[in-house]
Design a protein around this ligand. Structure first.
Ligand SMILES: Cc1cc2nc3c(=O)[nH]c(=O)nc-3n(C[C@H](O)[C@H](O)[C@H](O)COP(=O)(O)OP(=O)(O)OC[C@H]3O[C@@H](n4cnc5c(N)ncnc54)[C@H](O)[C@@H]3O)c2cc1C
Length: 489
């Protein structure tokens, strides 16, 4: 039987699920509060170039990401590049891209380096992450690498991603990070290779939306869902924000941001031209219908963060609500800097000194500068708690704060070389994997019949990345809806 399925959130989780349900013949409607699809992987315009709002690369070992990109017809569009890693420590920028550079790294003595190397190797061999979830990352790393190495290396790196929440984080976090790092090297390419689809995630998302629309998926942008309720009829009602505030909202036709791609490809000299080579591009530019009044579905899948999901569902049982609201998230302020000069040839520069941003990612160390009109594209992320005062600073204040520090760190960098600076702020990016994290996770099938809540909190033994996200969607669909694909409904 054909069912009507609503999916809340158009990140990679929502998009992948939309495809699976639509492929199985169901009627899918995708609701997205933002004016574009993609969530954390969405794109924006910087200096007339459409590129990822947050830095994204694909690892050769990301088989789920590669499969879905293959499935939407862009599998041949990957570009693979060998990457280098830098370390900014004690006011100095050093290369840390191979074993020789690691052994000559001046910030640690030889014994400390050997213990650090042994910790990474040992973690890469551990199979049972559940034991590591019972001890704190601080305790485990101190035991494995020694106090000095923990203070000098591990602590700044943990703080860079987790802030002060590193103190309550389980050792399984570092295990998952090391496993991902190792998988990048052991994927058959020997060297550390990172990939991207020519045109960036903008191109992937544009194609994804096109594929979904052709399968009959309805995509509703600017449609924040405020409330979800189970009706006596057994159906589930979704109430969008606008419908609750103004029941008489006038019809508005929304166009996706992807309508701009064609223009961007034309105006940006040196742009890969990828979109221009796409046949019948204008057909991909879709008019989305007016935001509807409340609507009724057979099943609803919410992919928004857990506490946001809890707010939408007044009928949840108390225990489940407490679990959902108890999941603690880490947020991010991430600046995109388009500048005339590269900072370095490192894709990632880890920082152990105290700086306003917690890492430096130079996208143009991987992506051909032609994609950026000949400029360099650098991201300056700072991972912070959702209530950190940095969220309340203006973009201009953040620009001044970040670029002043960058000038001090890189003698060749000048503020006047910056051609564009944009700030992304997201208060809920990933859940902090605290001690015994997976034990307090609520089921994906919620206590409200017909409603499922699945999001990055369910990535229990991995780090946040699109590969894990797509895998989560595949597992969720296979576990809860296998019967949807074998025609028994
Ligand atoms: C700085 C940064 C760098 C990253 N780098 C990489 C990388 O290099 N490689 C990689 O593989 N991954 C990377 N990731 C991770 C990747 O972006 C995520 O794994 C993925 O995007 C998560 O998708 P999702 O669908 O689970 O969540 P999201 O993308 O957060 O999607 C959730 C969606 O729900 C919508 N929503 C929320 N509430 C409502 C509501 N009430 N009504 C309607 N819609 C709602 C949101 O607007 C959002 O679009 C990075 C992430 C960040 C932040």
């Amino acid at each position: 039987m054909k069912e009507s399925i609503a999916i809340v959130g158009s990140g990679f989780l929502g998009l992948t699920l939309a495809k699976r349900f639509a492929d199985a013949g169901h009627k899918v409607t995708l609701f997205e509060s933002a004016p574009e699809i993609g969530g954390l992987a969405s794109v924006w315009e910087i200096n007339d170039i459409i590129w990822d709002r947050h830095y994204h690369v694909v690892l050769a070992s990301d088989k789920h990401t590669r499969n879905i990109i293959e499935e939407i017809g862009l599998g041949d569009e990957f570009k693979w590049v060998e990457t280098k890693t830098g370390f900014y420590t004690d006011g100095e920028l050093l290369s840390m891209s191979d074993t020789k550079e690691f052994l000559t790294f001046p910030a640690l003595g030889m014994i400390s380096k050997l213990r650090l190397g042994a910790t990474i190797f040992f973690a890469s061999k551990i199979k049972n992450w559940r034991k590591l979830e019972k001890q704190s990352v601080e305790q485990w790393l101190t035991k494995m690498s020694g106090k000095k190495t923990f203070e000098k290396m591990w602590k700044p790196l943990l703080k860079a991603k987790l802030g002060e929440a590193y103190k309550e984080t389980a050792a399984s976090f570092i295990w998952a990070t090391i496993q991902r790092m190792y998988s990048a090297r052991n994927s058959g390419m020997k060297r550390e290779m990172f990939g991207y689809v020519k045109g960036g995630y903008g191109r992937v998302l544009e194609r994804f939306s096109d594929v979904l629309l052709k399968r009959g998926v309805e995509i509703r942008l600017n449609s924040r869902i405020d409330k979800i309720e189970r009706l006596d009829s057994g159906k589930v009602r979704l109430i969008p924000a606008a419908a609750r505030r103004h029941s008489d909202t006038k019809a508005k036709v929304q166009k996706t941001k992807y309508a701009q791609f064609e223009a961007a490809a034309v105006v940006a000299p040196g742009f890969s031209g990828a979109f221009l080579s796409e046949p019948q591009l204008s057909k991909n530019v879709v008019d989305f219908p007016e935001t509807p009044m409340s609507q009724v579905f057979d099943k609803v899948i919410v992919t928004a963060p857990s506490n946001v999901a809890a707010k939408m569902l007044p009928q949840l049982d108390a225990d489940e609500r407490e679990k959902l609201e108890g999941i603690k998230y880490q947020g991010i302020v991430c600046a995109s800097v388009m500048t005339r000069c590269s900072l370095s040839n490192y894709y990632v520069t880890n920082i152990t000194d105290d700086t306003p941003f917690t890492g430096i990612i130079e996208m143009s160390a991987i992506v051909d500068k032609k994609e950026f009109d000949g400029n360099a594209l650098v991201y300056l992320p700072r991972y912070i708690a959702p209530d950190d005062p940095l969220f309340d600073k203006t973009d201009e204040e953040i620009e001044h704060y970040f670029l002043t520090a960058l000038e001090k760190m890189y003698p060749n960098f000048r503020k006047k070389d910056v051609v564009a600076f944009k700030v992304s702020k997201v208060r809920q990016v990933f859940p902090i994997p605290v001690l015994s994290y997976h034990e307090s996770l609520p089921d994906m099938k919620s206590s409200v019949d017909g409603v499922y809540i699945v999001n990055s909190s369910h990535i229990v033994n991995g780090t946040l990345n699109i590969n894990e996200t797509v895998q989560l969607a595949e597992n969720f669909f296979a576990t809860n809806f296998t019967h949807y694909t074998n025609g028994s409904l």
